[in-house]
Design a protein around this ligand. Structure first.
Ligand SMILES: [Zn+2]
Length: 89
């Protein structure tokens, strides 16, 4: 199982965040960090069929936000990300 935000391996999911709560955190400025964006490069290529480059970062950020705002499932979070989300609530 992986953290939905930073993709770190989680042995046991202890923290779940409701979509409403998560959307509120995103609205308040929660974003994935650069490392997490890099991890999305493969997904970007898979989803859009083009190679990701730095020009895509603002784009992928806004796509991520849109996706996060409309997500209807709980977010499984590692301890670090749970803390990050909570600072934005
Ligand atoms: Zn995490």
């Amino acid at each position: 199982m992986k953290c939905d935000l930073c993709h770190a391996e989680i042995v046991e999911i202890k923290f779940r965040c409701s979509p409403e709560k998560f959307a509120r955190a995103v609205k308040n400025g929660l974003t994935p960090n650069m490392q997490e964006l890099n991890l999305s490069r493969e997904q970007y290529k898979k989803d859009f069929g083009v190679e990701f480059d730095d020009r895509g970062i603002p784009w992928i950020m806004s796509a991520w936000k849109k996706m996060a705002m409309v997500s209807e499932t709980d977010w499984a979070l590692c301890e670090k990300c749970k803390a990050r989300v909570e600072t934005k609530l």
